[in-house]
Design a protein around this ligand. Sequence first.
Ligand SMILES: *[C@@H]1O[C@H](CO)[C@@H](O)[C@H](O)[C@H]1NC(C)=O
Ligand SMILES: *[C@@H]1O[C@H](CO)[C@@H](O)[C@H](O)[C@H]1NC(C)=O
Ligand SMILES: *[C@@H]1O[C@H](CO)[C@@H](O)[C@H](O)[C@H]1NC(C)=O
Ligand SMILES: *[C@@H]1O[C@H](CO)[C@@H](O)[C@H](O)[C@H]1NC(C)=O
Ligand SMILES: *[C@@H]1O[C@H](CO)[C@@H](O)[C@H](O)[C@H]1NC(C)=O
Ligand SMILES: *[C@@H]1O[C@H](CO)[C@@H](O)[C@H](O)[C@H]1NC(C)=O
Ligand SMILES: *[C@@H]1O[C@H](CO)[C@@H](O)[C@H](O)[C@H]1NC(C)=O
Ligand SMILES: *[C@@H]1O[C@H](CO)[C@@H](O)[C@H](O)[C@H]1NC(C)=O
Length: 681
Amino acid sequence: MVNSCLVLLCSFISFSILASSQQLDGFIYTRFNEPNNNITLSGSAEISQNGFIQLTNETSRLMGHAFYSSPFQFKNSTNGTAFSFSTSFALAIVPEYPKLGGHGLAFTISQSNDFSTALPSQYLGLLNATDVGNFSNYIFAVEFDTVQDFEFGDINDNHVGININSLRSNMSAKASYFDDDLVKQDLNLKCGKVILAWVDYDSVTNLVNVTLSRFATKPKLPLFSYHIDLSPFFKENMYVGFSASTGLLASSHYVFGWSFKLNGEAKFLDLDLLPSLPGLKKKHTGVIVAISVIVVVLVLIGILVAIYLVRRFKNADVIESWELEVGPHRYSYEELKQATRSFKDSELLGFGGFGKVYKGVLQSSNMEIAVKRISHESKQGLREFVSEISSIGRLRHRNLVQLVGWCRRRGDLLLVYDFMPNGSLDNFLFEKPRMLLTWEQRFKIIKGVASGLLYLHEGYEQVVVHRDVKASNVLLDGELNGRLGDFGLARLYEHGSNPGTTRVVGTLGYLAPELPRTGRATEKSDVFAFGALLLEVVCGRRPIDSKVRPEELVLVDMVWNKWREGKILDVIDKRLKGEFNESEVVMVLKLGLMCSNNEASSRPSMRQVMSYLEGEADIPDAPMAPGDYNGGFGFEENECMHSLASSRGHTSCLANGNVDGTFVSVSTAPLSCLFTDELPR
Ligand SMILES: *[C@@H]1O[C@H](CO)[C@@H](O)[C@H](O)[C@H]1NC(C)=O
Ligand SMILES: *[C@@H]1O[C@H](CO)[C@@H](O)[C@H](O)[C@H]1NC(C)=O
Ligand SMILES: *[C@@H]1O[C@H](CO)[C@@H](O)[C@H](O)[C@H]1NC(C)=O
Ligand SMILES: *[C@@H]1O[C@H](CO)[C@@H](O)[C@H](O)[C@H]1NC(C)=O
Ligand SMILES: *[C@@H]1O[C@H](CO)[C@@H](O)[C@H](O)[C@H]1NC(C)=O
Ligand SMILES: *[C@@H]1O[C@H](CO)[C@@H](O)[C@H](O)[C@H]1NC(C)=O
Ligand SMILES: *[C@@H]1O[C@H](CO)[C@@H](O)[C@H](O)[C@H]1NC(C)=O
Ligand SMILES: *[C@@H]1O[C@H](CO)[C@@H](O)[C@H](O)[C@H]1NC(C)=O
């Protein structure tokens, strides 16, 4: 009796020991925010309160990882064969700009869950430039890639691929899935909606199947099957998880649920149990049908009403409620149309950076105005910008062109400014000037612009970065005072409304070299552009001028070379015929070089600039070498510079080059880098 009890007890104990040492072979997560969730996060990855994993947010060059904390045994230790596995997960990719993704997300099996030496962007946070393709990486990944990277032979900017120890896919396919009738349906990975994915490996048939769907039930056919024996690519213990990265363009990457199983099929993920992204809706078929019917009926009624209204008020402005909250005066379209004589060509003052500028006279007050007409396709960018108008409208300084009002009509934004009788500074400097400015006039203009810019940077409740300081944005009033125009406008484009561009907005020759890398305009990038302006005012030529000898193409370089040779006076505009105050001119040239420094931190602030210009502080004797200016691209190959020089230095240059290790390749849209200035005149 006692004996049998002992045996029972012993077997019970040995059984429990066996059970606890039994290797874990799978899991299922329908939310990740439980304590002891066994998920290890690194980089930008976080678990939201709602319970999903957010691997990256919409910040440039991030990487985020979420891995199961302990490794799994992926290989039979006796004979070295990889085990079968199966996994299912729900993911979503929400790009910063609707049509442009910011690199991808990868389901990963790897020997380590430490990716501290990996790189973001096209490296997906998995590898770096030196270890790509190395067999001792032991990385197997299924990538969901939203950027076409030519370096790694990507087929398009919306594909799923299998990568082994590398980022060059062994097999990939355009993202799509099979519906219930086995018809292939396209799937946009960066649609911002929940996507279901399955990765199954069968160690007997040596097939990896990758399957996608928009719904929870697994399609009968995989997107593709790849024949490979994974045994040589696995170590005995491997970690499983996800990695995601962003480049210059960014997306948020999410994982909502995840199941995994070794030697068996992963458990079904019920979409209704998963957390949802605020803004992302789950599918509820019944409700959806009902809502759709209601929506269709409402839309029909809406269309009828709209047709009626349009017929009735054909020319009236459609004012949306948010527009009424905006500060400065809102003119009616009719008023501005009358003022500019229906935007007649004879009233055209010029083509500004963002659109045509018309002269007008307001009937009510006889006031002279300049009306800038900006066409903008994206309503959202427009709305954000218009909400900024209220703060821009409050900026007042005698060296800023005052915004007096605005109007929106459909996709057109009309901005009303004080009229500047003398037009823009570039008309007085380059080619055949209307009138030659003396040095005193030039110096006064420079000081005016500096004080306007200082006000934008420091004089207002928040820092306003101009983003597009240049001669054609400096307007001259009746007394030839320099006034800065177009402040804040570049933001309209930075807000990602134009999907064909990276975020770098500005004008070639004035773009600070760090801009393409950081994508962020700062006070220091304004100072850089101001430096270019100083040099062009003294030298009477554009910062980049393709009509001169190649070694003089870039003004900063030329000035610096002359400075080193001790011939600085050679650069001064010959048309001044030697009539200038030498110490002022030299001080402005030195200041121009200081502001043009490639290192943002070596440039002075506008406050310092102002005190040098006012003679309150002495400028350092010898300026530092500004460094080679690359036109503001950071492109190693400088292809842009060549194509720019040959096309008179201005328009469409492909944003398709190696920008500081980040390959920006955007296949969807016209790739012109928004150089806002020089439209053909
Ligand atoms: C985490 O791992 C421990 C030990 O393997 C297990 O008991 C626990 O249930 C796991 N937690 C979750 C949320 O899977
Ligand atoms: C994005 O993530 C990074 C890294 O975790 C963080 O520093 C940054 O504040 C986040 N940005 C936003 C807008 O949440
Ligand atoms: C590993 O392989 C050996 C030899 O083929 C086999 O006997 C054993 O059952 C396998 N182990 C597992 C866990 O499959
Ligand atoms: C290893 O063992 C498994 C059974 O666990 C078997 O299916 C497989 O064929 C074996 N591989 C080799 C190389 O013997
Ligand atoms: C690249 O990653 C490997 C590890 O995979 C690391 O040893 C190496 O130092 C990294 N190289 C660089 C340049 O970071
Ligand atoms: C691969 O990586 C290992 C360890 O990081 C290193 O010793 C080896 O030289 C690398 N091989 C190649 C071809 O780079
Ligand atoms: C594909 O996988 C094999 C390993 O079987 C590897 O040698 C090869 O470099 C991989 N890449 C491509 C593009 O085929
Ligand atoms: C992979 O897909 C094929 C059909 O293409 C199917 O016959 C096979 O059973 C699938 N294997 C797994 C492990 O799902």
